[in-house]
Design a protein around this ligand. Structure first.
Ligand code: NA7
Length: 531
């Protein structure tokens, strides 16, 4: 192999994980190369350019903390940042830390193949590159393989067909157009109010209604920003002790220990504050069905208060527990259904039969559109990794290994796939935490691991089978004590993708995860096998 195609580390993906992995691993003196399918950095924020795309974590938290200079010099304009500003930030980071020179854009990794004789991986990209590397870092993102639903006739549609997760780079003008949106998860809920303002008519096809809490987004409070920046390190430290590494004021009280009036006062206060902290209104909302039902009842009353037509309001009220699917955060979502140009179709009751050349046909009739938006989500957590043909020891493919669901240790390393790491992989806090915090923690852990290997002249590392089994059990045991596994069809358990094994994927609880990682390191990397 040509020397220029030989690397110490290949990083797949130049989103926030890939960029930080490059920054950090380069510092170990390693030769690192990043392959990125898109034409720029930013991952999620590069692809999800749909109108209204916005982060649901506060801007002062949803940012890197590895460089104090960076976090001091960057100013966010809003409480919750929109996609364009986050992408601008990603580009700033790439420039500031000279990352671009080691990233090859417009290049998708297709194959990774482990060679047991050399303890190295060889790989192939869609641009015909072949490479050879000791380590592979999968920074492929948890929500990056977009899900195109298997609806008959989708390719027949003659209007503009869009997917929120793969939005065009040029502005899409809905002015005067009739538009259909399929899907009411976060992407649908964020984009629907804006599309409704532009389009002549908008029809929303809803299969399952979702709970959404108002964002109450606002320009950044400069005094608050200055106060956080004065003490940024402490602010980050405190946040890392929160269950999702997101700043909240969890109420230690049970929802069932107070009267309805007291309960509603707490819910109302958190509704007015807005965003994800609503879920921390009481200690047992995520674990007790009865407590959860009180939050469900409160939000149902809110929806019914916001939506004029009682029938439409009823359709918008989710019938699941709150929070077992990712809670959405919106700006004017429910109110949008009071507009004369917006129509809601319940496709659970009246399923989509097919897409035609001119629109969507359901069991109750045909809907004609100029544009059709698929807000149908992602093959989450495993989709992007498994899109690559990965062959480990004994030529076993990862797809076979994970046939019954993902198995690994710490969400980071897989038995039989040495020197390959999944940043914020299934089995780690990832999507149930502040993603950037989780990314930095994982990359820091990996960097220390590689340092340890350099120091101890080790070439190969993988999880032991026992450690992996125990870890998978632990992830499931924790989830089983919560309402995440109470039967709702969330992407956390792969239920949105037909045929995907139903396994709850994220590790719940960032602080306990970090503690476990520390314990494992201090116990000489318990569960890791080196040679
Ligand atoms: P989500 O949350 O997975 O939402 C996808 C939506 O699309 C959801 O309402 C689905 O209904 C619907 N969907 C998916 N497939 C179909 C088919 N075949 N027919 C009709 N409707 C369908 O994805 P998002 O992009 O909104 O958000 C993903 C995450 O990004 C979000 O959780 C945040 O963390 C950020 P279903 O509920 O499956 O019945």
């Amino acid at each position: 192999m040509d020397k220029k195609n030989k690397f110490d580390v290949i990083v797949v993906g130049a989103g926030f994980a890939g960029m930080y992995a490059l920054y950090k691993l380069r510092k170990l003196g390693l030769q690192v190369k990043v392959y990125e399918a898109g034409s720029g950095v930013g991952g999620t924020w590069f692809w999800n350019r749909y109108p209204g795309a916005r982060c649901d974590v506060n801007s002062l938290e949803y940012s890197y903390q590895f460089s104090d200079e960076l976090q001091q010099e960057w100013n966010w304009s809003e409480r919750y940042s929109g996609q364009p500003e986050i992408l601008e930030y990603a580009n700033h980071v790439a420039d500031r830390f000279e990352l671009i020179k080691d990233i090859q854009f417009n290049t998708r990794v297709l194959e990774l193949d482990y060679n047991e004789n050399t303890n190295r991986w060889s790989g192939k990209t869609d641009q015909g590159d072949r490479f050879d590397t000791q380590f592979c870092v999968m920074a492929t993102g948890c929500l990056s393989k977009h899900n195109v639903p298997d609806i008959e006739g989708l390719d027949r549609f003659q209007g503009e067909l869009l997917h929120t997760g793969k939005w065009p780079h040029t502005p899409v003008d809905f002015k005067g157009k009739s538009v259909g949106v399929i899907g009411t998860g976060s992407s649908g809920i964020q984009s629907i109010p804006i599309i409704a303002e532009q389009a002549s008519s908008l029809t929303v096809f809803q299969r399952t209604p979702n709970f959404s809490i108002p964002a109450h987004n606002a320009p950044m409070d400069k005094n608050h920003e200055a106060a956080v920046k004065r003490n940024y390190r402490e602010f980050r430290k405190e946040n890392a002790l929160q269950r999702a590494a997101i700043r909240m004021t969890p109420n230690p009280e049970s929802a069932l220990a107070v009267s309805q009036i007291e309960r509603d006062t707490v819910f109302e206060k958190n509704w007015l504050k807005g965003g994800l902290p609503f879920s921390a209104s009481f200690s047992d909302i995520g674990v007790s069905l009865d407590a959860n039902a009180t939050a469900v009842d409160f939000v149902h009353r809110k929806i019914k208060g916001l939506v004029d037509d009682p029938e439409v309001a009823e359709k918008l009220c989710p019938k699941t527990v709150i929070g077992c699917k990712r809670l959405c955060v919106d700006t004017g979502y429910y109110e949008t259904f009071n507009r004369a140009n917006v129509n809601l179709v319940d496709i659970k009751k009246h399923p989509i039969k097919c897409v035609t050349e001119s629109g969507v046909s359901t069991s109750t009739g045909d809907h004609k559109f100029d544009a059709l938006v698929l807000a149908t989500g992602f093959d989450a957590m495993t989709g992007a990794i498994l899109s690559i043909d990965i062959k480990g020891q004994g030529k076993q493919t990862l797809a076979t290994r994970w046939e019954a669901g993902p198995k690994n240790y710490l969400g980071l390393t897989i038995n039989g796939f040495p020197n390959l790491f999944t940043i914020t992989g299934p089995g780690s806090p990832s999507v149930l935490s502040n993603m950037i915090v989780a990314i930095e923690q994982h990359v820091d852990f990996l960097s220390e691991l590689l340092k340890f290997m350099q120091k101890n002249a080790k070439e190969k590392v993988e999880a032991s089978l026992n450690a992996e089994d125990d870890w998978v059990d632990l992830v499931n045991n924790i989830a089983d004590q919560t309402l995440y596994t109470s039967g709702c069809n969330s992407w956390y358990i792969g239920a949105n993708i037909p045929g995907k094994p139903a396994v709850f994927m994220p590790y719940i609880g960032f602080p306990t995860y970090v503690e476990k990682c520390k314990e494992i390191v201090s116990d000489n990397y318990r569960g890791f096998e080196f040679s």
